[in-house]
Design a protein around this ligand. Structure first.
Ligand SMILES: Cc1ncc(COP(=O)(O)O)c(C=O)c1O
Length: 487
């Protein structure tokens, strides 16, 4: 490989690099995933391993693990991408053409290749607002919706507003759950904000305890200026679905402590457990009436999850309510500097929030495909929960929603010692061994945060049913061998 030139000539070296970037970590694509990639390459070159393929159960990437795209979404996308020919084709149903026509009509020059308004096409934001209104039973205005490049981008845009721009104990403090989806810890590290960690209660289905929220907030007050609380519901990596009662208590806590609420609701379609139901923070806050219904809230949705799993299109939206109008103007200004989110991703959000209706030609097929994906996820959620709880040395809360199980490993002291000797956290040690012996790629719990002295790993429930059953069989054999080895 050609040399990049001497390090001494570089403007950017590890010493001069923004220190916030250096401290940032993102476990979902961390070293274990790099090793999984290397093993795949070794397998391709004919290496002899106790398994034939690597199972990527580390990331919530639905299509990558075999989930089929929803036909109607792809039809609309094909039509908006190549309208000159496909609009005339008899192979595309009229309802897909109608939606494509509406999107193209809203685009400058009738092309998805043109920039849109910074929060996204108004025509699509109207459909999103209608979807939210129907979901919650409360008004929703397109002016409160900003589409984004996946929910990740929407979340980062809101976090940016909350920064104080000051150092040390004047930094913005943002309450985030432990365990959490590492976008939050990574973004806070990047922005030099202060993460206020609150522990989810593993003994109570990973719910939120108000006493724990108070503890976390009180301890952090000396270190930062607390400004917001993030809640992920349904939870990643923990798979819990919050009860309405729990959400009400969180809202009261946020109100008492003057905190902005960030509700990460990207898994709102992914609810499986009997008795569990998704309640949006907006709905609950509105139902609670004064003084709660004027609180500042940003909620996030994505094209990447649910039944659609269109991660690669990078679609999503943020709904922000009750913002001070002057702040709202600044928010609009800040997103305008990014020009606009991808129009194809916007189109996916359009179909998700404006699916085929009864009487339209695609209604039956769309409904069948959607229900099949969700039913399979439901089956897999039950499969993993019962398997993990049937194995000695593992306990696992029910996967009520989202796309992951987060089982707890009750590791023998000898395994913990061996991990220390290897310079790894015990759950990393376990996950690396699992990968080397079975090809199953998971993420150690330490990448999401966990209570000291507890060890977990996260596994997605995304592999197809038969593959998942096979994977879980290999997992069980590995686990029992591992436990026996370190007994
Ligand atoms: C809780 C949560 N929020 C946000 C995201 C980001 O999703 P995207 O940026 O693909 O919309 C994810 C992705 O896995 C997630 O699990």
């Amino acid at each position: 490989m050609a040399s990049n030139g001497p390090v001494k000539d570089k403007v950017l070296t590890l010493e001069t690099l923004n220190p916030c970037v250096k401290v940032m970590e993102y476990a979902v694509r961390g070293p274990i995933v790099a090793r999984a990639g290397a093993i795949e390459a070794e397998l391709k070159q004919g290496a002899n391993k106790p398994f034939k393929r690597v199972t990527k159960a580390n990331i919530g990437d639905c299509h990558a693990t075999g989930q089929k795209p929803i036909t109607f979404i792809r039809q609309v996308l094909a039509l908006v991408t190549y309208p000159d020919v496909l609009m005339k084709s008899p192979d595309f149903p009229e309802d897909a053409k109608k939606r494509a026509q509406r999107i193209l009509g809203a685009c400058r020059g009738n092309s998805i290749g043109s920039y849109t308004e910074s929060p996204g096409l108004l025509a699509i934001r109207e459909n999103i607002a209608k979807y939210i209104k129907e979901r919650d039973g409360y008004p929703c205005e397109p002016i409160d919706i900003a589409m984004c490049t996946g929910a990740s981008d929407g979340i980062k845009s809101i976090l940016t507003l909350l920064l104080t721009g000051k150092p040390g104990t004047e930094r913005a403090g943002i309450m985030i759950p432990v365990p959490q989806y590492p976008l939050y810890s990574a973004a806070l590290a990047e922005y030099n904000a202060y993460p206020i960690h609150y522990y989810l209660n593993e003994d109570n289905h990973w719910g939120l305890d108000v006493a724990e929220l108070k503890r976390a907030l009180n301890e952090a007050k000396a270190n930062c200026k607390p400004r917001a609380i993030c809640v992920i519901n349904p939870g990643n990596p923990t798979g819990q679905v919050l009860t309405k009662d729990n959400i009400q208590n969180i809202i009261k806590f946020a109100h008492e402590n003057k905190l902005f609420i960030l509700a990460d609701e990207v898994y709102q379609h992914n609810v499986y457990a009997k008795g569990s139901q998704f309640f949006s923070f907006k709905k609950v806050l509105m139902e609670m009436g004064t003084p709660y219904n004027t609180m500042e809230l940003a909620s996030f949705m994505s094209a990447s999850k649910g039944f659609m799993g269109e991660c690669g299109y990078r679609g999503g939206y943020t709904e922000v309510i009750n913002l001070d109008p002057e702040v709202k103007a600044m928010y609009n200004k800040s997103i305008s500097a990014k020009l606009c989110p991808p129009v194809s991703g916007q189109a996916v959000m359009d179909v998700i929030t404006n699916p085929p209706q009864k009487g339209e030609p695609s209604f039956e097929q769309f409904t069948k495909e959607k229900e099949t994906v969700l039913a399979q996820l439901n089956e897999k959620a039950k499969l993993v929960t019962s398997l993990f709880n049937s194995i000695e040395g593992i306990t696992c809360n029910e996967v009520q929603g989202a796309m992951y199980a987060f089982p707890r490993l009750h590791l023998p002291a000898k395994a913990v010692e061996a991990a220390k000797a290897a310079g790894q956290t015990p759950d990393s040690f376990y996950c690396f061994a699992l990968l080397e012996e079975t090809g199953i790629c998971t993420v150690p719990g330490s990448g999401f945060g966990e209570k000291p002295g507890t060890y977990h790993f996260r596994i997605t429930i995304l592999p197809q049913v038969e593959e998942l059953k096979e994977v879980l069989g290999h997992f069980k054999d590995f686990h029992l061998k591992f436990m026996a080895q370190y007994k």
